[in-house]
Design a protein around this ligand. Sequence first.
Ligand code: ATP
Ligand code: K
Ligand code: MG
Length: 692
Amino acid sequence: MSVVGLDVGNENCIVGVARQRGIDVVLNDESKRETPGMVSFAEKQRFLGVAGAASAMMNPRNTISQIKRMIGRPFSDPEMQEDLRLFPFSVTEGPDGFPLINVQYLGEPRQFTPTQVLGMLLSNLKSIAEKNLGTSVVDCVIGVPVYFTELQRRAYLDAAQVAGLHPLRLMHETTATALAYGIYKTDLSDTDPINVAFVDIGHASMQVCIAAFKKGQLKILGHSFERSLGGRDFDEVLFNHFATKFKEEYRIDVPSSARASLRLRSGCEKAKKILSANPIAPLNIECLMDEKDVKGVIKRDEFEELAKPILEKVRGPCERALASSKLSIDKIYAVEVVGSGSRVPAILKILSSVFGKEPSRTMNASECIARGCTLQCAMLSPTFRVRDFEVQDSFPFAIGLSWKGAAPETDGEEEVSSNNIVFVKGNPVPSTKLLTFYRSSTFSIDAFYAETSELPPNMSLRIATFTIGPFTPTVAEKAKIKVKIRLNLHGVVSLEAATMIEEEEVEVPVTKKDISKDDSGEKASAPTDDKPEDAAGVDSSSTEGPVKMETEAPKAEVKKKTKRTDVPVHEVIYGGLPQPELTKAVEKEYEMALQDRVMEETKESKNAVEAYVYSMRNKLYEKLQSYVTEFEREEMSARLQETEDWLYEDGEDEIKSVYTAKLAELKKLGDPLETRQREEELRGPAYRDLIY
Ligand code: ATP
Ligand code: K
Ligand code: MG
């Protein structure tokens, strides 16, 4: 069974795998540790990852990036609209109110959902892991931003299914980082926790969490985020600066051209990185637009001045995370900065002033999420042994339930508050709540977000509607229905089970073995965190106890019997793909992947023909020279030349079998020559031996 952790970034994706000796970040086909989160659609195939990024400049309108920004968000979301302004590809509103990505693929216009495109990225990451592990990969843990809504989490799960992956957990990125930090710490105390702030600034967003570490345990005390604050915002500041400047100096309107915009944006990103280590950075782009070469420079303090409004925003999430952890800054032991977007030096200055101490960079800033996810996967996988380490995560949103009729009773200490919040903000993940309803017939429960403040703007608050029934009470007019609501490991709300509980009085003959314990029937069980209760069904409470000495004759006795019946639950989820759509998406992905593979193999067989032409031509004048006749050499050379010409003309764009046939044809002519050379060489020394 595979143990894999995936960090899917807006810019970079990382794949971690567990091996017996530890956690490794694996290399992609281009021997890189980071794989661009890009998919490029072309005439004959798709290009994913590094190859996708390489096509971006040539094919900007059909190359999709930052899919994480679009996943599980309605088209009308103002933040989405803001993002779309900057993307070079076309996105329109689908009939369900969610975005559709429009591309030209296989020579025709096609539309894909963000879920499908994320599925493509995930399947690329899956194949990177598979190539490295040499086995098929299904189980994994995938990082998600802590601010992801139910819809976004469900879309990730759908996309994973499209890719043929089975996530054991969608793990908050900052929690994964905290795990990667804590599990290797050997000096943790049993009693006094150390509190560490983790600040992740990526390409598009910023997340902060405060974690408390004790021996064998980490607990997230609080977190916060800014959905739109990351490296790309700094690029944008530079982009606007230079676009204005170049308009004046060169009279070119960069934003009007998708390709020029992409090139300038990428030049600005480079300049920004240079400024992280140098006081000044050049920006030179040849033939940017209208055949004009542009030149510019930017100084670090100039850049910081331009970026001031963005830098100001860094403080907020740190302060909010501190507030939710209820810790004062003197209780913070260290501030760990991760995510490559945080390499802008001015950010560190702000962090020092908020936390009152120098931030540290002891972690591998680009790999910690993938490593944490891989560790979590190893911990959840039965095939791997990992040091015992408990991860207590906390949920960022308050989730409420509503129903018609009388309020339910809750089991356990925790009350459902008057506004029906079942999972408070900061609730542990996972978590299960047991509610008891008294109802005579089918009823329904709605799950919704109970607070709007930290949700994306204009978002629907509905999560799901669960319909419980039908059931027929047999004992009383109203039956007691226990409903188990779960905030699962992915941070998704689900109704796990509904059970009708009825108590009947029945006469049971008392046998020699009797009950010594008092049977009080159904016992209230406290909210459980992960262990499921006994399977529902008929559960006689007169279980066997210790044998009691019995002298009297056996007689009948009236006993209470608890009968448990599963009640069907029907759930309607708002958003996400219905199963038939998902099945279709899985099939489509399979077809597209097949097409990519066919094209890759075609390229390989074409390359094989080309390689044969070159190597045979060399051999004819070197290794084979003294073994072939003049006539044979000329004949072979002519065939090689013919083939080379063909490769550049008629044979430029053929199907695989044509190239394989071509290679076979050449080999038919060439193999006998090579065999002759080999055989004579073998005979050679022996023959010479005879002479001397
Ligand atoms: P997200 O976390 O938003 O999903 P991501 O995980 O892909 O995105 P990272 O890989 O952590 O993001 O960071 C990418 C960002 O870091 C880019 O904006 C990139 O320009 C920026 N970056 C990388 N190196 C440097 C550097 N030396 N100086 C400044 N910024 C840098
Ligand atoms: K990343
Ligand atoms: Mg990231």
